[in-house]
Design a protein around this ligand. Sequence first.
Ligand code: NAD
Length: 398
Amino acid sequence: MATNDALGRKLRMGIVGGGQGSFIGRVHVTAAVLDNRAALVAGALSSDPARAKASAADYDIDPARAYGSYQEMLDRERALPADRRIDFVTVATPNHMHFPVAKAIVEAGFHVVCDKPLTLTLAEAEELAKIVAGSKSVFVVTHNYTGYPLVRQAREMILAGELGEIQAIRVEYIQGWLRTRLETEGQKQAAWRTDPTKSGAAGCFGDIGTHAYNLGRYMTGLLPEKISANLKTFVPDRPLDDYGHAVIRYENGALGTVTASQISHGRENDVRIQIDGTLGSLEWHQEEPNKMIVRHNGKPHMIYTRDPNAPFMNQSGKAACRLPSGHPEAFFEAFANVYRAGFDAMAAAATGAAVEKKNTVYPNIHDGVEGMYFIEQSVASSKADGAWLPLKHPLARR
Ligand code: NAD
């Protein structure tokens, strides 16, 4: 297991967002401390300063380091002695705040863990990427589905050629929670996600379509070439899409599809991916993450289970496990695996080592920019009746 040995101490974490009534901030904090490599010491937990300070007790943050705003947190933390101040900040705010907050964190000299989608617009993402490139900051983007042991296992198998040449990728991310206009009923997660000024150019495609697209890219490494998309708003009076399909042509000739829905009755958080290669195919479902099916024509179907001691597991798969087989691991552990890879880079950076920023185990700023390109090209293609548009961004990981 990776450690902080190079650093000799825990990393000190700050967080923006995650206040009372919020969703993903608590997940970030739980994931960050899971391996005892980080401690949460500071926060600007809410857009409302009083609520920000009131939320600190829920995380055992010292009231002196519970700040009323992210600017105050960065100013005051920078002024602390080096052996007390934070090392990194997690950004768990709605999308429109990712850019100003992440930019300020990098400019203050700290590392960043930012939730997806990276920013509100592609232009912001590209500007942020420039700032990060000129800095010493490690920048992690929490496309957390990349952290599942069997996703990492599949990625290593595919990159090693075990499925042959990849010819098709089908990813679906299907939810049902926005079937009705929850956004008008005081549900705050629904309210900002359906508001273009806070969510961005896409609704469903920005919120979950980006995860689906990223998963296919991460597992196969295939480079995209073009996209044709159809986004649709089925729930009346909602300003952003709540359903959509995209077809993707990859450089090697492979075809991909991304389908994302937030209006499918009874569907919870069903991320599923199927990948076809010339030598075999595989299938993985997030709601049953400890199993993966691998198939070869004429042979019995193989069910891989998450088993760190099994000879069929490769290094990447084993390294992402914490528990013996049969003890289910899921969302928190996968999230923690993204943190773990980011911590390795942060610990190395602290020793002065050069840190790889593009070809990383964790999703990074390049993946974040590509996610924003995916959103903007999907919206543009859909507006142009499904026109084929370029999808190869110069900053994309390759
Ligand atoms: P949420 O509305 O539940 O929480 C957002 C929090 O940010 C609230 O506490 C709010 O007060 C705070 N906030 C807003 N502006 C702020 C500011 N200026 N300063 C400090 N705090 C501020 O939202 P959520 O569902 O937790 O989503 C947050 C982000 O996480 C979004 O970008 C979303 O896309 C992403 N997300 C990712 C995943 C994942 O699986 N990776 C899952 C859910 C959400």
